[in-house]
Design a binder for this molecule. Sequence first.
Ligand code: GDP
Ligand code: MG
Length: 310
Amino acid sequence: MTLDPGPLYNAHMQRSGFVAIAGQPNVGKSTLLNGLLNKKLAIVSRKPETTRDNIRGILTQEDCQIVLTDTPGIHRVHNLLGKIMLTRAQSALLEADIILMVTEKRLALNTEDMNIISRFPEPGKNTATILIINKVDRIKQKGLLLPLIKKAEKIYPFDEIIPMSALNDGHIKKLLSIIKSYLPEKKFEYPIDQLTDKSDEFMISELIREKILERTHEEIPHSSAVIINEISENKKTGLLSIKAAVVVERTSQKAIIIGKNGTVIKTIGKMARSDIENTLSRKVQLELWVTVQEKWKKDPEAMREMGYTD
Ligand code: GDP
Ligand code: MG
């Protein structure tokens, strides 16, 4: 005798899938991810190469689960860090059920865009591809978009071409329903209450790194990394105590990050602490110090220590 699961089971067919967000630096990938998740997860900044790691954000609703990956930029590779980023971005594209390719009108689907599109799986390989022309709020005449849409249609057989603004809630809602329509029927991959595949430790270091990006200029953001040395909890007060090191490549950079009388590092610490408290919903004490480690970007050992692995 077989047990008939009944109509209830069939009525609740689950849809789920991996969605990779690809595109050149600064086009609004992280903004899009955060908009879809309705939460500050990836760090957003005007400086390129902000996102060094694939961050998976998980959006679960009644009948569907969308696992979003914000891929670090696929662009010219200069060093070991760049190589690791490229490998990660590429694997995200290959495992995706849906690819969101983000661009903006200003770029006019240039060779860098073409380079990314050339890494897509072959058309017809069960991967849905959606081209997003972002930042349309910056375009005065919408008619100017038509030539770009025509060009896109010739370049690759995208399933959808969507002009939108990642900052517009209405546009995000529409995009979400389009994504849902392309989700395969598949069981949920993650528990329904899980929001990200990253640890608190990773989120904390990214929030600190974001403040460094905001408070410093020129080569500093790209020469620095954050290592969390200790996270401990005071059981009585519930206070979380975090000790973290900011690693830079040169002594001169150390001086800049510390600032006159320590003002810069103090501000970075204050701002980061407030964001960490928000993200973790608890009181936090944050201790930062700055250390020099020459050429950490070329040193596999140092990179591993910082959590960058192939
Ligand atoms: P990423 O490097 O592709 O992840 O880009 P980010 O998400 O970090 O965004 C880069 C910059 O573009 C930020 O200053 C965003 O606020 C801005 N941005 C993103 N989407 C839009 C949009 O739709 N309109 C406008 N005007 N700015 C946007
Ligand atoms: Mg980003």
